[in-house]
Design a binder for this molecule. Structure first.
Ligand code: PEP
Length: 258
């Protein structure tokens, strides 16, 4: 059975002292679920090092929200996977905000993925269709293109090296989560695609759902067989909500064990 992963994407929120205080609060509240659920927080790059140090020895892991595809060089404003190596556990790439607002392409994401894996970062690759694509019935085509291009030529050592976050863009920050059935079906397609590139590993790789996950809808989502966790935006900024999402996920795991 795949251990669920709950990832909190803080986006561009919190000052450094606020972020640090919040991370320490989460540490107190969330540590007890670590046996059943993997938890990672993705703070802004500015506070990542400080928070990683504050959480050292604690099961909550940290990740970056973005990184470049080169190790170093004239890339003003960027951070590199080499800078994150050895102390930062995860890297999120391909979030729809990066694709849409910063024009990231599938080809760049492929380079980012290869660079991150070279530095032993565990990657969460986000994919998802826009509202227009959804309404035009193009979800399968879009997901297939995004995923196939991003993993082209990529080799994995372990199934945890790469997780996919399926995030329908129309569900992000809108309060309109995909139905569990719709998410599960699309994530089944994602697993089939993973099987083409990572035959021996696909069944063990984690696929997360993202898009308006709340304490109220977590249970129904996590009960779906293809949903192995969540990428959480808005609700990860409030400790009671994020903790309840983790707790509900742990309860689903426990109920499936008996
Ligand atoms: C996200 O930005 O990845 C996200 C899923 O946001 P929200 O949970 O707020 O919809």
């Amino acid at each position: 059975m795949r251990k669920p992963l709950i990832a909190g994407n803080w986006k561009m929120h919190f000052s450094v002292p606020e972020g640090l205080e919040y991370a320490l609060q989460l540490r107190r509240e969330v540590e007890r679920y670590a046996d059943t659920v993997d938890v990672v927080i993705l703070p802004p790059a500015l506070m990542l090092w400080e928070i990683a140090n504050a959480l050292r020895g604690c099961p909550i892991e940290v990740g970056a929200q973005n990184a470049a595809w080169e190790d170093q060089g004239p890339f003003t404003g960027e951070i590199s996977p080499k800078m994150l190596a050895g102390w930062c556990h995860y890297l999120l790439i391909g979030h729809s905000e990066r694709r849409q607002l910063f024009n990231e392409t599938d080809e760049e994401l492929n380079r980012k993925l290869q660079a991150a894996l070279r530095h032993q970062l565990k990657v969460i690759l986000a994919v998802g269709e826009t509202l227009e694509e959804y309404e035009a019935g193009r979800t399968e085509e879009v997901i297939t293109r995004q995923l196939s291009a991003a993993v082209y030529g990529v080799q994995l050592r372990l199934p945890t090296d790469l997780s996919i976050a399926y995030e329908p863009v129309w569900a992000i920050g809108t309060g309109k989560a995909a139905t569990p059935g719709y998410a599960n079906t699309t994530m089944g397609l994602i697993r089939l695609l993973l099987g083409k590139s990572f035959a021996g590993l696909a069944s063990e790789m984690r696929i997360l759902y993202g898009g308006s996950v709340t304490p109220a809808n977590t249970r129904n989502l996590m009960e779906q067989p293809e949903i192995d966790g969540a990428l959480v935006g808005g609700a990860s900024l409030k400790s009671p909500d994020f903790t309840q999402i983790i707790q509900a996920t742990a309860e689903v795991v426990q109920s499936q064990r008996v």
